[in-house]
Unconditional design. Structure first.
Length: 386
């Protein structure tokens, strides 16, 4: 996508796309939109294909609940209320305490790779690591992981800029089934409370006015899905970037203490979430254009992360020791700034530190197969040899 993003930044950085969305591709504009008071509530979109798609998702169904009641889809004050219920578990300090568990899970993944002399990095490490971490934080009982993985793979296609009708039908079916699974998990947890995030959310719900039943379902699914569908791409895209830039792989192997900064550079270089969205509630002026009220605005984070006007002439180069890599917008910005950022950073740092030091012979093991998504873009299969 990067040559297309570059062309858009150069020729039409605030682009009125015929599908009924405005694409914002420059760094400064992206930050302006993210920090603005634009809404995240898609029900306010009043025109275009996205309006039709929003109407197709019946608000009373499981999918409607999940896709409209999570904190990601709510404006203040509801957003503030929902986010504050879980925020303290995700601070860098709370998350830091998980490092030994994360290291153990990384090592289990690396053991699988060692046993096979390589194999598919997505299957052995990039997927199981974040999936297991968020499952444990939520305190989920053993469930049908494969089914949940398949369903969440469909649900996140709702984040594609314009899903086609067949995809949309599958998104809705997956949302309905996930909502049912979530209700079962909540019922189980009510019977078996623990020292975990889901128990804490249930306590807030039982308290009465802090969280409704449907909101609880929506937050559970959001945390579960956001907890792994993104970090999988950080680990896999970062590995692809290293394999395609052997000088940077050699540098990281020589100086594993660069791993934390390398993670910031991987996030910048190949953003696990390529775009996020906002809705205008009044005409909004940007880059010399006026975006009308009720428009859907796609903020192309991955393009902002490569904008030469901000990063300089080597924006397209991977440099794991880049000084300001942390200024990427891969986690968004403003009130919806990724709640799981500290957790994703921890998982990424520990994974890369250990991957490069344990396997000095890390090399490509075949063609990468991509997941076919525009937004949550990453490898479906990443063959390596060690
Ligand atoms: C929100 C990216 C990992 C939970 C977001 C947003 C982005 C993002 C772009 C939306 C920002 C906006 O629209 O302004 C990422 C990336 C990750 C990652 C790139 C991994 C590399 C995680 C993890 C969790 C998580 C591990 C764990 C639970 C959330 C939640 C929100 C969010 C709950 C909604 C926050 C809100 O609306 O206030 N993330 N995320 N994310 N993320 Fe992440």
């Amino acid at each position: 996508p990067y040559p297309t993003y570059r062309r858009m930044r150069e020729t039409d950085p605030v682009h009125d796309h015929p599908f009924g969305l405005w694409m914002v591709t420059r760094y400064e504009d992206a930050v302006t939109v993210l920090r603005s008071k634009l809404s995240v509530e898609e029900k306010l979109v009043n025109a275009g294909m996205l309006r039709e798609q929003y109407d197709a998702i019946d608000a009373d169904t499981g999918a409607g609940t999940i896709l409209s009641l999570s904190m990601l889809d709510r404006d203040p004050p509801d957003h503030t209320r929902l986010r504050s219920l879980v925020a303290k578990v995700f601070t860098p300090r709370s998350v830091g305490a998980l490092e030994p568990q994360v290291a153990e899970l990384v090592d289990e993944g690396l053991d699988r790779i060692a046993a096979d002399g390589g194999g598919d990095l997505v299957e052995s490490l990039a997927f199981p690591l974040p999936f297991e971490v968020i499952s444990r934080m939520l305190g989920l009982p053993p469930t049908d992981h494969l089914r949940i993985r398949e369903l969440s793979g469909w649900l996140v296609r709702s984040l594609e800029p314009v899903p086609d009708d067949e995809t949309l039908a599958r998104v809705i079916a997956a949302g309905d089934e996930l909502a049912e699974i979530a209700r079962d998990l909540i019922a189980y947890k009510r019977e078996h409370p623990g020292d975990d995030l889901l128990t804490a959310m249930i306590a807030a719900e039982e308290d009465g006015d802090r969280l409704s039943d449907d909101e609880l379902v929506a937050q559970l699914v959001l945390l579960y899905v956001a907890g792994h569908e993104t970090t999988v791409n950080l680990v896999a895209n970062g590995t692809v970037a290293l394999l395609r830039n052997p000088d940077q792989l050699a540098l990281l192997r020589e100086r594993p203490e660069l791993a934390a900064n390398a993670v910031e550079e991987f996030l910048r270089y190949d953003s696990p979430v390529q775009q996020t969205r906002r809705v205008t509630t009044a005409p909004f002026e940007l880059g010399g254009k006026v975006i009308p009220e009720g428009s859907f605005v796609s903020v192309v984070l991955a393009s902002a992360n490569r904008d030469e006007a901000f990063w300089g002439p080597d924006a397209d180069r991977l440099r794991i020791d880049r000084d300001n890599a942390r200024q990427h917008v891969s986690f968004g910005s403003g009130v919806h700034h990724c709640l799981g950022a500290a957790l994703a950073r921890l998982e990424g740092r520990v994974a890369f530190e250990r991957l490069v030091t344990r396997f000095p012979g890390l090399a490509p093991g075949g063609e990468v197969r991509w997941n076919g998504r525009i937004n949550l873009r990453g490898p479906a299969e990443l063959p390596i040899t060690v």
